[in-house]
Design a protein around this ligand. Structure first.
Ligand code: SAM
Length: 469
């Protein structure tokens, strides 16, 4: 059973919201909102809508790839398949990410551009990073950092499903990132660890207290201070939480702006459902009304707070005289012959030779603009192509997820409902005629994973932890 919503939390919200409180409290009687964001790196929203086994409704004017899954509104069944959206083959092929819609608004407000250098400082499990990668068209460099080692690997799996090439995943502290890189990023996102009040509707009132709010606010101020040191002059810093507590929202921003006058809030677009932040819940500075509140009784989502800030442009800020350089990563450009053999037989695409990097026994395709990482703890750099063991090359799962049907010579393509797809995802071998060698198993043309055909039988190379039993 879900823990009940803490009465002290509701009492606090009553005091804060006044006349608006009954509508807020009533929103807890409705089911949580389920959202789905289409992976525009792989498929256009209109094309996904054509093949989607779910009933979708556009989530808002702010992103054509953002949808609501209808049952959250009508209580009708989500799908016309027996599989829930989190277990459908299109999910394993990375055609979409399940994310509640207010979390999607953060990426839409951040609006990263193709070619920019973007940092997502607290990125796991990867909802916002996948959104940023899509908005950037996978062009430029997306650095996704996560402080927790276990969660950083979940992040890596989710970015692998997304099929990104130009991304770097790190596992370090915000302070260490700031010491290593300095102010080099065009946009930095702090999706801060918070007391999570916006998750109560879906998950119930887990641990909550005023002292947790205070502890979160202290940590958020520290993270934001380090994040500011990573934003280039003229760049943008975005702060977001999924909580309603002003101590973690307007008050964190008021404290930050008082400490860092080179940053200022920028006005937000007038999209339906966005409400202004409350200066009166912090130090009263009128500009705090440029922060954004997403309330569950005014927006079809669970609730978020977002602040978009800009750092003064170059030339106007005397303190930034020695802007740090973006030092490139030194690749070794080593391409093993075993890769050449595999690629010649299996792939119909070429990758740029200058982006290859061989380390340990692993072969990577680095991002187009690979940055020096100093002593930072890395989880994955660019796209993992495969591993070399005793002279035998084995292609990696992330490579399979980055490829589509037309990019591979040897493909076994099946519709989503085919028995071969169920068998493959469950980890079983299956029969298929054709020449021996590596084959890409695809669902309706989208890469799912590798198999190796030997004498008419495909040996399953779907990673063990991903298998659907
Ligand atoms: N952006 C993620 C997404 O959209 O999927 C959600 C991020 S979650 C709200 C906050 C993350 O901050 C957690 O993964 C947590 O491990 C991480 N975190 C905790 N303490 C941190 C710290 N001191 N500095 C940076 N990140 C921290």
């Amino acid at each position: 059973m879900r823990p009940p919503i803490p009465p002290d939390f509701l009492a606090r919200m009553h005091t804060l919201l006044g006349d608006d409180y009954p509508a807020f409290a009533q929103s807890y009687d409705a089911p949580g909102v389920v959202g789905l964001r289409v992976n525009t790196l792989k498929i256009a929203p209109v094309d996904f809508n054509r093949i989607a086994p779910f009933t979708l409704m556009p989530a808002g004017e702010w992103d054509a790839a953002a949808f609501h899954l209808i049952p959250s509104i009508t209580n009708t069944p989500i799908t016309n398949t027996p599989l829930p959206p989190g277990k459908h083959p299109y999910h394993w092929a990375g055609l979409y990410y399940l994310q509640e819609p207010s979390a999607m608004v953060v990426g839409a407000l951040m609006r990263p551009q193709p070619g920019e250098w973007v940092l997502d400082l607290s990125a796991a499990p990867g909802g916002k990073s996948t959104h940023l990668a899509a908005l950037m068209g996978d062009k430029g460099l997306l650095v996704s950092n996560e402080i927790d080692r276990g969660r950083a690997h979940i992040l890596a799996d989710n970015l692998a499903r997304w099929g990104t090439y130009n991304s770097l995943i790190t596992n370090d502290t915000p302070e260490k990132l700031a010491q290593t890189w300095g102010a080099i990023f065009d946009r930095v996102l702090v999706d801060a660890p918070c007391s999570g009040e916006g998750m109560f509707r879906r998950q119930g009132g887990f641990a909550w207290s005023e002292s947790i709010i205070q502890a979160c606010a202290r940590r958020q101020k520290g993270i934001l201070a380090a994040a500011a040191d990573l934003v280039r002059p003229g760049g943008r810093l975005v702060y977001a939480t999924c909580t309603f507590a002003p101590e973690e929202d307007e008050q964190v921003i008021a404290h930050f702006l008082a400490q860092r006058p080179e940053f200022s809030l920028i006005a937000h677009p007038h999209w339906a459902g966005l409400s202004p932040g409350h200066p009166d819940w912090a130090d009263g500075q009128p500009e705090l009304s440029q922060t954004v509140r997403l309330w569950p009784h005014r927006f079809m989502g669970e609730g978020h707070f977002v602040a978009v800030m800009e750092r003064e442009a170059p030339g106007r800020e005397p303190s930034v005289v020695n802007q740090p350089k973006r030092r490139p990563f030194k690749t070794n450009n080593f391409i093993p012959n075993e890769w050449r053999g595999f690629a010649g037989q299996t792939l119909a695409v070429d990758f740029p030779a200058e982006q290859f990097h061989f380390a340990g026994n692993k072969l990577y395709l680095l991002p187009e603009q690979a940055i020096d990482t100093g002593k930072l703890r890395l989880v994955r750099y660019g796209l993992l192509l495969g591993e070399l063991n005793k002279g035998v090359f084995k292609p990696a799962h992330p490579l399979a997820l980055a490829l589509s049907k037309g990019e591979v010579n040897a493909v076994l393509d099946f519709p989503a409902a085919a028995g071969q797809i169920t068998a493959y995802l469950a980890g079983h071998d299956f029969p298929a005629d054709g020449p021996d060698g590596w084959v890409l198993v695809t669902v309706d043309g989208y890469g799912l994973g590798w198999g190796k055909r030997v004498r008419g039988r495909v040996k399953n190379h779907y990673p063990h932890p991903w298998r659907q039993r």
